[in-house]
Design a protein around this ligand. Structure first.
Ligand code: COS
Length: 377
């Protein structure tokens, strides 16, 4: 196992240490899984993570509690062993985040299913014409008798083809821009909803576009108040952005472990690579980035768990720093592997591909800079 001394930091209680060790033990026995068919792999991962009891941490319990430190610890541990397992875990949380925080009693029935692995969740926000610019999304939800009729296109929807339930954002038009958007709970079998295009990416996972053609959703599908969907989306992202940082941290820890192993065993001029001071300098920089990322991530998670109303700045700092630092740590680990670093079948080669999207999804790095700067200005 990687260095676990960080678990003694004052951010954590005994239950956090227990969960981190339990997930690591489970991951050693069950991961990595076969990625040759990612849809099959993700369905199986949701099933096995549910059976192991870990998915309960992805949503709030009956008392409304969701522990962000636990979410982060599970994500970093899974990502260290198999980034696809982290993806399957994380999507249950992000997908159902709005229901966790703002769902009605009847909407929470879905949460029970996603927290046990009996249903797969997805978060449908991004559109072909609006990625970072959420306030200008154009999927329309029109008022009809007994509910709403939704039409439009969504894209880059993780779990798009395999989800049972979506939280979807659409324009209800109370006001222009951010103040005219609402959130809805939409089952995958809703009439008029199709998964329109498969999107193949640098590190494959079940990613598709969605088409909505007059999809009827009843009044009971509205999450929170109409017109407040933008704030709701941002509140959910505030909680999940530190967890993206945690996934990046798990990948960076793994890369550091791989670099340590490589430089201790690979010999140059009769000595281990690690005996070179220049290599030691790189190792030191990697370890520094790992710890700095962890401090920002668990500061944000701890602040939320302690009851902070809003952690936008802390969350943005955690996501921005941890994902950028992980990219650098993994790049250096790859470099220290020489030619083997770019060979398929080597862990660092896969990590190099796996980490890249994290600097883009759930708010690209420049969006995080914007959030941080606005909080200061
Ligand atoms: N929590 C609660 N309310 C928030 C909020 C948050 N974190 N962030 C913004 N708001 C509120 C603002 O206070 C403002 O409210 P008022 O109209 O009452 O003043 C409203 O929401 C609009 O905010 P703002 O003017 O900052 O919106 P912008 O259009 O400028 O957007 C960014 C801000 C770019 C930060 C936002 O669109 C964003 O995060 N984009 C990235 C989206 C993303 O992560 N996509 C990935 C999807 S999942 S892969």
């Amino acid at each position: 196992m990687s260095d676990t001394s960080f678990l003694n930091w004052p951010f954590f209680d005994e239950r956090h240490r227990d969960v981190a060790l339990a997930v690591d033990e489970w991951a050693r026995q069950n991961l990595p899984v076969d990625h040759s068919d990612v849809d099959v792999a993700c369905r199986a991962l949701v099933d096995s993570l549910g059976n192991a009891g870990f998915l309960k941490h992805t949503g709030s319990d009956e008392a409304g509690k969701l522990d962000v430190r636990t979410l982060c610890l599970v994500r970093e541990t899974l990502a260290r062993h198999d980034p696809l397992a982290d993806f399957s875990f994380a999507m249950q949380g992000l997908g159902m985040g709005a229901v966790s925080f703002f769902g009605t009693h009847s909407q929470r029935v879905w949460l029970e299913k996603t927290r046990s692995g009996r249903a797969i969740a997805a978060f449908a926000l991004t559109e072909p014409g609006s990625g970072s610019d959420v306030a200008n999304l154009s999927t329309i939800a029109e008022r009809v008798e007994g509910g709403w009729s939704l039409s439009g296109d969504k894209t880059f929807i993780s779990n798009g083809a395999i989800a049972d339930i979506f939280v979807i954002f659409a324009r209800t038009g109370e006001a222009p821009g951010a103040r005219g958007i609402s959130a809805f709970l939409m089952p995958a079998d809703a009439h008029g909803l199709t998964s329109s295009e498969r999107i193949e990416v640098i590190a494959p996972h079940p990613l598709t576009s969605l088409k909505l053609d007059r999809v009827f959703l009843p009044d009971s599908a509205l999450i929170g108040k109409s017109g407040e969907g933008f704030k709701l989306a941002m509140a959910v992202l505030d909680v999940f952005r530190p967890t993206v940082g945690a996934a990046a941290l798990g990948m960076a820890r793994r890369a550091l472990d791989e670099a340590l192993e490589r430089t201790r065993t690979r010999r140059i001029q009769g000595e281990p690579l690690a005996s070179l001071q220049m290599v030691q300098g790189h190792i030191a920089d990697m370890a520094l980035k790992v710890d700095a990322a962890a401090l920002l991530i668990y500061r944000a998670a701890w602040a939320k768990d302690m009851g902070a109303a809003r952690i936008s700045r802390e969350a943005a700092m955690a996501k921005l720093y941890a994902t950028e630092a992980a990219q650098e740590v993994i790049d250096m680990a790859l470099q220290l592997h020489g030619g083997d670093g770019v060979r398929q079948g080597f862990t660092v080669e896969a990590l190099y591909r796996d980490v890249r999207a994290l600097r883009i999804y759930e708010g690209a790095s420049d969006v995080q800079r914007l959030v941080i700067a606005r909080s200061l200005l």
